[in-house]
Design a protein around this ligand. Sequence first.
Ligand SMILES: [Zn+2]
Length: 126
Amino acid sequence: MDFFDRIGETITQVGNVAGQKAKDVSEFAKLTGELRSLEKKQQDLYIELGKKYFEEHGDSKEEAVEALKEIAADVEHLKDQIAGLKGGDPCPNCGAVVPKGSKFCNSCGAKMSIFEDDEEETTEEE
Ligand SMILES: [Zn+2]
């Protein structure tokens, strides 16, 4: 069953990352990368969960819901870990952790809210 295999894989991956003591910049980059891929998997699982619901209507749904809850908790944990590591802040728009001192999110380009008082900045929306 490919779907649940991948859930197990994801949880294992998170456990490995969370179990390591992150200490330097490369670790920060690594954690950020892990977080990105984890969030992508999370999105994929939400989509698959929706499909499952229609296809099977209840069969293995609870299992997928539980797995998603775990992943969501792990995603939050990773975000906290990354934020603490670099003193960074999560982007208010996309949730990516942006290193402290960044005025814009390096993921989506949104302006970081901690600099909102700096009104000299021109808000450049697309
Ligand atoms: Zn962002």
